[in-house]
Design a binder for this molecule. Structure first.
Ligand SMILES: [Zn+2]
Length: 215
């Protein structure tokens, strides 16, 4: 082997090692870092769902906005529209990329504005978690703070008149908060639930209102 050839194979080897290191680094990057997936929004379905060019629907992670016919449905939808319609969005996924309806589940950004947070900050939706792991995410903490600021400012859904209960129930392992009369909490196992005197105190911990009894 000539001198030149030896030099070339040494360079090749070094490049190969660098490539390996870079590859490992990319692999190790946290899930929370937005993937560089940019898509154009062609339709806004409601306050927490958008449609992308090509037909893919995206459900904004960890939030729940009012349904059609409910107060602040339109405001939530309009706000999301204002930020996303005809814009390129950047999606950041958590553990699961799609739900059982085939919708993408994502934290949505437009020019680094975090839309899931904007909705909560304006009192136009609830923080809505499903699993224990979600409550430990950095983004969830950010969303929880955004919701709390809307509660403190009594804006949006937090400005609505409200009939308080003497207490509220949360079953262990669930992220839903119930009124004491809700069907979901008819049968309670001792030691497997928590009682909250204040709804706000319960929501502060990351719980969200049950869709049936709407506490
Ligand atoms: Zn309930």
């Amino acid at each position: 082997m000539g001198r030149k050839k030896k030099k070339i194979s040494l360079i090749t080897l070094i490049l190969f090692i660098i490539a390996l290191i870079v590859f490992r680094f990319v692999e190790d990057i946290d899930n929370d870092i937005p993937l560089r997936d940019r898509f154009k929004v062609t339709k806004v379905i409601d306050g927490d769902t958008i449609e992308l060019k090509g037909g893919d629907r995206v459900r904004l992670l960890s939030i729940d906005t009012p349904e059609k016919g409910e107060l602040f449905y339109q405001e939530a939808k309009d706000l999301l529209k204002k930020y996303t319609l005809q814009k390129q969005v950047e999606l950041s996924y958590a553990e699961k990329r799609r739900d059982r309806y085939g919708r993408l589940l994502a934290y949505v950004y437009v020019d680094s504005v975090f839309l899931n947070k904007i909705i909560l900050e304006n009192g136009l939706g609830y923080l809505y978690l499903f699993k224990d792991t979600e409550s430990k995410r950095k983004k969830t903490q950010e969303l929880l703070i955004a919701q709390q600021s809307a509660i403190d400012a009594s804006i949006g859904i937090w400005s609505l008149p409200y009939s308080a209960e003497a207490y509220y129930i949360n079953k262990t392992g669930s992220f839903r908060l119930h009124r004491p009369g809700c069907n979901s909490v008819k049968k309670l196992i001792p030691g497997k639930y928590r009682k909250f005197e204040s709804r706000i105190d319960a929501l502060k911990t990351g719980l969200s209102p049950c869709r049936n009894c709407k506490p």
